[in-house]
Design a protein around this ligand. Sequence first.
Ligand SMILES: CC(C)(COP(=O)(O)OP(=O)(O)OC[C@H]1O[C@@H](n2cnc3c(N)ncnc32)[C@H](O)[C@@H]1OP(=O)(O)O)[C@@H](O)C(=O)NCCC(=O)NCCS
Length: 159
Amino acid sequence: MSAAPRPEAGFSLMAESWLDAVVRVEQAAYSHPWSRGNFQDSLRAGYQAQVLAAGDTVLGYFIAMRGVDEVHLLNLTVAPAMQRQGWARVMLDALGLWSRGQGAQWLWLEVRQSNQRARDVYRAHGFQEVGTRKRYYPAVGDQREDAVVMTLALDRGAA
Ligand SMILES: CC(C)(COP(=O)(O)OP(=O)(O)OC[C@H]1O[C@@H](n2cnc3c(N)ncnc32)[C@H](O)[C@@H]1OP(=O)(O)O)[C@@H](O)C(=O)NCCC(=O)NCCS
């Protein structure tokens, strides 16, 4: 039986009108999801926030913050039902293009130490693990979890 054809998808700037759907995906994808307020703060701060959608269906989204010569990826999420279809890669490609267009040299991010799937996808995309941030994330109860810091050099030719 052939896999369901991938829906036609396109990028839209994230706006308040997308937040109901985005927050639903966020709550389905994370043990400690961002709040609606976190998304609104990101939009108010003018962060690069893109929704990848097929019609009104949110496939995924990313939020990134521009620094001096770097871009910090703050959130990259694919809707659970849409995972393992290549959408994270599509969003990482789009983020790489935008970051280079901004003249950035580097992309960097933090990822939970336990999030092996995300670490594998980022590594396959060319990111390198360069450090850890101790007790960075909330975990079960009052426990904390370390973050792995990953970077990707954005030279004109790569990514
Ligand atoms: C982590 C997450 C974003 C991955 O999304 P996904 O939909 O499974 O990712 P994709 O289908 O696009 O996977 C990318 C594939 O392309 C590969 N890939 C990515 N970039 C590549 C590149 N430049 N060259 C070759 N291969 C590449 C990856 O290895 C992966 O291959 P695989 O599926 O055979 O393992 C998704 O699981 C998710 O949203 N999880 C919940 C939220 C989360 O953890 N977000 C990250 C927080 S830091």
